[in-house]
Design a protein around this ligand. Structure first.
Ligand code: NDP
Length: 326
C-alpha cells in the first residue's frame, strides 16, 4: 500500500516537499475485516485548514475516498462493492467496517462513483444545506456566491437557479466565468482582473444581495457585506482566502455594517444535518438525472500526483470538484 505522509506542517502555500510517499506491507484481513482499494480520492480545502491544528509532522494526510472491497472476511461488505471510506491519502487499507458508508442505494450504473465525493456527496450536501437550512433562500431573491466555479460553488449556483433566484458568481479566471454563464448564472466576474471588486459587485446587482454564500472570506467578505440589502443573510461556509495565512488576519470588523443593515450571519458545517443526508443525496441525484444539475469534475490521474492536485486545487486550477483517479 502507498500513502502520502505530511513531512512538514504547511507554512503558507503547501509545497511538494511537504509530502513524502511511503510504501507499507498490509496484513491479511482477519475475521470481520476487509481489504479496501481506493478508486477515487478527494482533495479538499479543509485539508489545508485543519493541518495546523489537527495534524503533526509524520502523520498520514487525512481524507476520504471511494474504495472497492477487494478481499472480505466481513459479510456486511462483500468483495466487489464500493464504499465511502475515510482512511486518508492511501491506496489500500484494512478495515473492520467501522466508519465505512455504503454508496447511496440505487446509485445508477451509468453515473460515475466519483460524484459521491463531489456534487452528489459532501460538497453537494454543503451547498444544499447552506441554501435551505442556513439561508432559507426564497424564489426571486438575489444570491451572491464566491469560489463559484468550485465543488461547492457550482452546486450552490445551480440550486439557486432551480429555486428561481438571480445568481451572481465570483471566480478566478475568464474560462471559469464563461462556464458559469453557460450554466445559467445571471452574472459572473473574475475577481482577479476586475478593476474594483466594489464596482463589480454593484454592477452585477445594483439593488444589492439578499443572500451571500461565503466560501472565501477576508477582503472579499469585507467588500461584499457593503452590498447586502437590509436584513440580508450570510451563510459562512468557508474562508479559503485565509487558509494559507501564517498569522491570523485582524479586522476590519464588520459589526457596524451588520448593525446598520441588520444582517444575519451564520457559520455552519454540513455534518450538522447528517440525519438528512440520505434524502438530500436522492434530491441531488434526481436533479442530476433531470439535467438540472451539471456535475463537472477536475480529474487528475495517478495517486502519485495527489500533492500536485491538492496544491493545484488551492490555487484554483479546478473547475468543479477536484478528484484523483487512481
Ligand atoms: P473548490 O473546489 O471551490 O476549490 C477551491 C477554490 O477556491 C479554488 O478553485 C479557487 O478558485 C478558490 N480560491 C483559492 N484561493 C482563493 C483566494 N485567495 N480567494 C478567492 N478564491 C480562492 O473547493 P470546495 O468547493 O471544496 O470548497 C469551497 C469552500 O467551501 C472552502 O472555503 C471550503 O473550506 C468550504 N467548505 C465548507 C464546508 C462546510 O461544511 N462548512 C464543506 C466543504 C467545503 P478561484 O479560481 O475562483 O480562485
Amino acid at each position: 500500500a502507498k500513502s502520502w505522509i505530511l513531512t512538514k506542517l504547511f507554512d503558507g502555500v503547501p509545497k511538494d516537499s511537504d509530502f513524502k510517499l511511503e510504501v507499507e506491507e498490509l496484513p491479511e484481513p482477519k475475521d470481520g475485516e476487509v481489504l479496501l482499494e481506493s478508486v477515487y480520492l478527494s482533495v479538499d480545502p479543509y485539508m489545508r485548514a485543519f493541518c495546523s491544528f489537527r495534524m503533526k509532522e509524520g502523520d498520514r494526510m487525512i481524507g476520504t475516498q471511494v474504495s472497492k472491497v477487494i478481499q472480505s472476511k466481513n459479510p456486511a461488505f462483500p468483495v466487489g462493492i464500493h464504499v465511502l471510506s475515510n482512511f486518508g491519502w492511501r491506496t489500500h487499507a484494512v478495515s473492520d467496517g467501522t466508519g465505512l458508508t455504503p454508496i447511496m442505494p440505487d446509485w445508477p450504473q451509468d453515473v460515475s462513483l466519483s460524484l459521491a465525493l463531489g456534487a452528489i456527496g459532501m460538497p453537494g450536501l454543503t451547498a444544499l444545506y447552506g441554501i435551505e437550512e442556513v439561508l432559507g433562500l426564497q424564489e426571486g431573491e438575489t444570491l451572491l456566491v464566491n469560489a463559484a466555479a468550485g465543488a461547492v460553488g457550482l452546486v450552490v449556483g445551480q440550486i439557486a437557479k432551480i429555486k428561481g433566484c438571480k445568481v451572481v458568481g465570483s471566480t478566478g479566471s475568464d474560462a471559469k466565468v464563461a462556464y458559469l454563464k453557460e450554466l445559467g448564472f445571471d452574472e459572473a466576474f473574475n475577481y482577479k482582473t476586475v478593476a474594483s471588486l466594489d464596482e463589480a459587485l454593484r454592477k452585477a446587482s445594483p439593488d444589492g444581495y439578499d443572500c451571500l454564500f461565503e466560501n472565501v472570506g477576508g477582503y472579499f467578505s469585507t467588500v461584499a457585506l457593503q452590498h447586502m440589502k437590509n436584513f440580508g443573510r450570510i451563510a459562512v461556509c468557508g474562508s479559503i482566502s485565509v487558509y494559507n495565512d501564517s498569522t491570523p488576519q485582524t479586522g476590519p470588523y464588520p459589526h457596524l455594517t451588520m448593525i446598520f443593515k441588520q444582517l444575519k450571519m451564520e457559520g455552519f458545517m454540513q455534518g450538522r444535518w447528517q440525519h438528512k443526508h440520505p434524502e438530500s443525496l436522492k434530491r441531488l441525484m434526481a436533479w442530476f438525472k433531470e439535467g438540472k444539475l451539471q456535475c463537472r469534475e477536475h480529474i487528475t490521474k495517478g495517486f502519485e500526483k495527489m500533492p500536485a492536485a491538492f496544491i493545484g486545487m488551492l490555487q484554483g486550477e479546478n473547475i468543479g470538484k477536484a478528484i484523483i483517479a487512481v
